[in-house]
Design a protein around this ligand. Structure first.
Ligand SMILES: N[C@@H](CCC(=O)N[C@@H](CS)C(=O)NCC(=O)O)C(=O)O
Length: 311
């Protein structure tokens, strides 16, 4: 069975991006369902602080953020590629726009009062309140896009995506690329909210493209749980890191004690020893009483690296 372990939950859009890529690449993986809100003790045992969803675990290596997880999966299973036309720069730029600008417009629209009522219809008012409080804390004082503004932007963005898939099957051309998976997951979240799904009626080519994407499925999944995943980490040794391609933009030497924090939305830091910093990612070594010695990996883009002063 596969050593890929995805820590995720069913309604998470960023998890859907990764599940669909696992399906596209026909990969086998183990599924660990994690809580939607804090506390997440088993997640934090692996990451040391980072709490966003999803995470990819391979033994004692923990990969945070879907941009990095996509790179790891592309390396693991290069065919079919997430960059079929070779236009890596354009694909990554569209994907980054989709994971940020498009995503937040979609969330602003999806969490409008009618959407929130539908989403929480089978949950207690306490659950809904706890979810709202948790996401409020994650925004750390930042505001959510007002629903009406989000709706206007979202409609424009759907028209832009439509103009890309009107005359070709996928966003960047004849084959799917990372740009498709990144555009897809936020729209997938809206599509599941029946009273709001009418927003797609104006762009039938987008709906047809979503149907084409959904066909990729999720690969071969075996369910597991957090205790088993932590036991896997405890038994494993982190993979060797690439120290030769050290890129120092911060004046922080390898071996330093550092913290890594997302730039926005979920600012819980992860602390550890900086053991690698390539052009695109950081790796921290840390230890956990249950999970043992781990390497926790983050992309550079979207994260802040700081030196931690000795106490
Ligand atoms: N840039 C991150 C964004 C991840 C993200 O915001 N995930 C949402 C769920 S889709 C989240 O973490 N929500 C709070 C949580 O699950 O604790 C990525 O690409 O992984």
């Amino acid at each position: 069975m596969s050593d890929l372990i995805l820590h995720h939950y069913p309604t998470s859009p960023f998890s859907e991006k990764i599940r669909l890529i696992l399906g596209y690449k026909k990969l086998a993986w183990k599924s660990v369902i994690i809580p939607r809100i804090m506390p997440k003790p088993d997640v934090v045992a692996l990451t040391g602080g980072y709490r966003r969803t999803p995470l990819l675990q391979i033994g004692a290596d923990i990969y945070c953020d879907t941009a990095l997880i996509c790179d790891v999966l592309e390396h693991r299973q290069p065919v079919p590629s997430l960059y079929p036309q070779g236009s890596t720069g354009a694909v990554r730029i569209v994907a980054q726009w989709a994971d940020s600008t498009l995503f937040w417009a979609a969330m602003g629209y999806s969490f409008s009062p009618a959407g929130a009522t539908y989403m929480f219809k089978d949950q207690t008012p306490e659950d809904a309140k706890a979810f709202a409080e948790d996401r409020g804390k994650m925004r750390a004082g930042g505001t959510r896009m007002p629903a009406a503004d989000a709706t206007s932007a979202y409609k424009s963005y759907l028209r832009r995506i439509a103009s890309m898939v009107d005359d070709q099957p996928y966003v960047m051309g004849q084959q799917p690329s990372l740009a498709d998976f990144s555009c897809y997951h936020a729209l997938w979240f809206t599509q599941r909210i029946a009273p709001l799904a009418g927003i797609f009626d104006a762009t039938p080519s987008v709906s047809a493209w979503m149907d084409r994407m959904a066909v990729f499925g999720q690969g071969s999944v075996e369910s597991s749980d957090a205790a088993a995943a932590i036991a896997v980490a405890a038994k494993a040794t982190p993979a060797a890191v690439d120290k030769d391609t050290f890129q120092d933009d911060h004046g922080i030497a390898l071996g330093s004690k550092v913290s890594i924090t997302a730039e926005s939305f979920g600012l819980e830091p992860t602390e550890g020893e900086l053991v690698a910093a390539t052009r695109t990612r950081y790796t921290l070594r840390r230890s956990d009483p249950r999970a043992g010695t781990l390497h926790v990996h983050f992309p550079r883009i979207g994260f802040q690296l700081r030196a931690v002063k000795p106490a």
